[in-house]
Structure formats: C-alpha cells, structure tokens
Ligand binder design. Structure first.
Ligand SMILES: Cc1cc2nc3c(=O)[nH]c(=O)nc-3n(C[C@H](O)[C@H](O)[C@H](O)COP(=O)(O)OP(=O)(O)OC[C@H]3O[C@@H](n4cnc5c(N)ncnc54)[C@H](O)[C@@H]3O)c2cc1C
Length: 450
C-alpha cells in the first residue's frame, strides 16, 4: 500500500489493501485497513511499528473459526501463515516448538518423525495453534486440560516491539495470562508444546438412552479416557463416543475408507445439511428428521492414530454457543435445556454436544479451578439463533457457566470479573503489555473493558 506521509513523500507501508474478511460461521465480517503477511519476526516488527505510526490497531487472525468477533481486525489484519512450521524438537523432554501460524492439521506430520503427538485435540483440526490456545479450545477427557494446558513456553511480540519469552520460569508474571491470552497481550510468534509419545485410540461410538447417559455422566467420564455425547433435541437417544488410549504400536483397525465416507460425510454432514436446509423452510420436518438422524447414528468401533480419531470434518455451516459448567452440573443443565426447547417449541436441527475437561490454573481458561463439563448448542447458519441461545445462556448462567471465548455469548466485562478469580490480574497484565491498546478490537473492549 503506497501512502502519502505528512511531508508529502510517498512511502510503502508493510501491508496490502484488504477485501472483506469473514469468519467460518459467516456471522462476523470486516474490511481491514490492510492485510500484512510477514514471513519473519523482523518483518512482523516493521508491521507493528508502521501501524503504531499510522494510529492503527493490529489483530492477528488464525483460520477464522471463532464465532465471536474476537478475531475481527478493523485496523491491520495479521496473517501469520508465513510464520509456521517446526522450529525445534527436544526429544528427551518431548517438547516441540512451532511457528505461531501452524495449523493443527499440519502438526501430526511434523511430529511423526519424532514419534510424538499432541495429548488431546478438539473436534476439528482446521484452526491455527495460536488461535486455538488463545480462545481456550478444548477436546474431551475428564483427566485432560484444553490445548492451552499443553503450552510450556511462548514467544510474544509486545506492543512496544519487545520479544518476550514467557513461561513458568521466564517472565512468570505473565504466564497465567498468555496461555489463554485472547489475542489481547501481543502477537505469539512461537509456541512450545508438551507432547507425548505417539498413541493410538480405540473408539466406540454407540447409541444409548438419553436419560441413562445423563444418569451415568459422572461414571462414564471417570471410567473413560475421553467420553462425549451428542443428543438431538426432541429425541430420547444420545450418540456416545468413548475413546480409550492405547500404546503407539497397538494394531490399527481404522474405519474403512468407503464406510467412513458414508458415515462421516454422507450421513453426519450430508444428512445434517439436508435436514437443516429443509428445516429452515418447513419447521414441522425437524422433529421427524432428528429422530431419523439419531437412529442412523449406529454403533461402530475402530482403532486408529490419535489425531485421526479426535478430529472429524464439519462441512455444514452453523453457529455455536458453548458454556463450561461445573462437571457435576451437566445432567441438570442438559435436562433444563431439554425442558426449555420443549416449552418454547424450538425446532433445533443440530445436536447438543457434551464434553469434559480437567480443572486447570490458567487465568482465563474456562476450566479454571474446577473440573468442567462443556455443553455446546448449535444452530444452522441460515437460522436465527437469538431466541434459543439467549434462553440457553440463562440456564448456563444459573449454573455458574463460563462461555467459550470463541463461541457466541451475550456477556460483558462485569460478568467475567465475577466468573474468573484472576480476571483483574489478566487486565493488569494487559495494561502493562498493551497500554495503548494496539491489539484492541470491539470484542475485546466488550469482554475486557476499555
Ligand atoms: C467447525 C468448528 C469446530 C470447532 N470445534 C471446537 C472444539 O472442538 N473445541 C473448542 O474448544 N473449540 C472449537 N471451535 C472453536 C475454535 O477452536 C476457536 O474459536 C479457535 O480460536 C479458532 O482458531 P483460529 O485459528 O480460527 O483462530 P481465530 O478465530 O482466527 O482467532 C482467535 C483468537 O486468536 C488470536 N490469535 C490468532 N493468532 C494469534 C497469534 N499468533 N498471536 C496472538 N493471538 C492470536 C486472534 O487474534 C483471536 O483473538 C470450533 C469452531 C468451528 C468453526
């Protein structure tokens, strides 16, 4: 982008003109003032300096998979694709350093030569590692924390152009803040993850009576390495998924390619797409279609490398709200959701997803200080979600729920100050690291206060 300086001489700014950016859920969009794709830390530093000079904000964007406006960049949008890949491996400690823009789906191939794997993953692997940790992205497993708990060190470029290494040992005053940093504290340029030896998962997917799954929730979480379930509103059957960890050399028995495609793409994604598309036009179709869908989720068992079992593909576009509640509250929360959906006669064509995670001590982690259950609700992207999500939020709030930072909610800074015991410490860290709000955007102003 060429630009007139105050002295009148044209100068080149380190970003290009932007077109409209929108997130995966198609509910957030912006035309940034410019897009910068630095390929080195020096080039990144130049972007920050030029933005400061122009009085523009800077916002790193990952793969745009947040439903909230957390990644919206009205000023300079930073695309860190050029800062990705493997930087270092310490095989003795199983710690691996990655460029901040690395996508989760790229990581298994980078770790494979060293016989390593990430200990847990979420449902999909399209996100960047930095975007995922910055919003507290998680998978399931009562004994496992979210992805940010896998961090052992980060490299952070701060608003004043300093490269800070932050870990429990170096600059420890910021460690609790940067792990789930919301993109508010600086630009992560490298992350170091604690990995584990490569492992295999034995997966059992099976339908079970919804009422029974709720009764057995605590026991199922305690017994399994990774337990989760889905439930289509209006039905009495839940689809459970129970994964057991096995050593890396355990024999594999993956889902055959063709039946995998039939189950995952044709039935899971294709059927949802059809139900959702018809349901938007004819509400009466939804309850019947939900019953058909829940019946079609048949039992299947397979054994495969961990990342192939954790991550699935999601090709039907939706919007999502997810709250973290105390784990023992999950059955009550889900029963209240069921009652609310019936009382309001909502025709919801997407399932409710329920997962678990271990307590951690990261300041803004949704699992901070308590063993956690996650309850996620979805709505097809062409449908209005407000009535469903506001009513659901009341239920989640009544149980002390904390919303996922990347998923829809209607809370603000005052609510978060009550929900997170270290909220004020986070805000203080932000005031120290970004006093001029170089990394601000409207979402951060709303959830952290101006
Ligand atoms: C289909 C789908 C499935 C999902 N499944 C799950 C799931 O299973 N579990 C779960 O917990 N969540 C899930 N999510 C939510 C998703 O994981 C989070 O919203 C995640 O943050 C998205 O990562 P991203 O790379 O797209 O980041 P973005 O949404 O682009 O950005 C998120 C935040 O990270 C910041 N950021 C990005 N890079 C940097 C950097 N280098 N330095 C500093 N800040 C940075 C951005 O500024 C922004 O604040 C899902 C979302 C979708 C759309």
């Amino acid at each position: 982008m060429t630009h007139e300086t105050t002295a009148g001489a044209p100068t080149t700014l380190p970003w290009r003109p932007a077109t409209t950016w929108q997130n995966w859920g198609h509910n957030q969009s912006v035309v940034p003032r410019g897009v910068a794709r630095p390929t080195s830390e020096d080039a990144l530093q130049d972007v920050l300096e030029a933005a400061r000079g122009e009085g523009l904000t800077v916002k790193p964007v990952g793969s745009g998979h947040s439903f909230t406006g957390i990644a919206v960049a009205p000023g300079v949008q930073l695309d860190l694709t050029g800062l990705s890949g493997l930087r270092a491996v310490d095989t003795a400690s199983a710690q691996v350093t990655l460029g901040a823009g690395t996508r989760l789906f790229e990581i298994p191939a980078l770790l494979e030569p060293y016989g390593l794997a990430m200990p847990n993953l979420g449902d999909i692997d399209r996100q960047t590692i930095s975007g995922a940790v910055s919003t507290g992205t998680h998978g399931t497993g009562a004994g496992f924390g979210g992805l940010a708990t896998q961090l052992v060190q980060v490299r952070l470029l701060t608003a004043d152009g300093r490269h800070l290494t932050v870990s429990a040992e170096e600059n420890p005053q910021y460690w609790g803040a940067v792990q789930v940093g919301l993109g508010a504290l600086g630009v992560l340029t490298e992350v170091t993850l604690q990995c584990v030896p490569q492992f295999v998962l034995h997966a059992v997917e099976a339908p079970a009576p919804f009422a029974q799954v709720l009764e057995e929730w605590d026991a199922r979480c305690a017994e399994a390495d990774h337990f989760e379930f889905y439930w289509f509103p209006g039905t009495t059957v839940a689809s459970t998924k129970t994964n057991t960890r096995l050593p890396g050399d355990a024999p594999l028995s993956p889902v055959p390619r063709f039946s995998g495609w039939v189950d995952d793409e044709l039935l899971a994604n294709g059927l949802y797409r059809a139900i959702c598309a018809v349901g938007t036009r004819a509400r009466s179709v939804v309850p019947v279609a939900n019953k058909v869908a829940s019946r079609l989720m048949a039992r299947r068992e397979y054994t495969d490398l961990s990342y192939r079992v954790f991550a699935t593909s999601r090709t039907v576009r939706f919007r999502e709200m997810e709250f973290a509640v105390p784990r023992e509250a999950v059955p009550s929360v889900v029963r209240e959701l069921d009652a609310m959906i019936r009382a309001k006669d909502l025709r919801v064509s997407f399932p409710v997803e329920v997962r678990a995670a271990a307590a951690d001590d990261l300041w803004l982690s949704t699992a901070h200080g308590r063993d956690t259950g996650y309850v996620a609700i979805h709505r097809y992207f062409r449908e209005d979600y407000h009535r469903y999500f506001t009513a659901a939020q009341d239920i989640f709030r009544a149980h002390g729920g904390r919303p996922h930072w990347g998923k829809l909610h209607f809370l603000g800074a005052d609510d978060f100050a009550e929900l997170y015991p270290r909220f004020d410490d986070f805000v203080r860290a932000r005031d120290e690291l970004d006093p001029g709000r170089l990394f601000a955007n409207p979402y951060l102003a709303h959830v952290l206060g101006a």
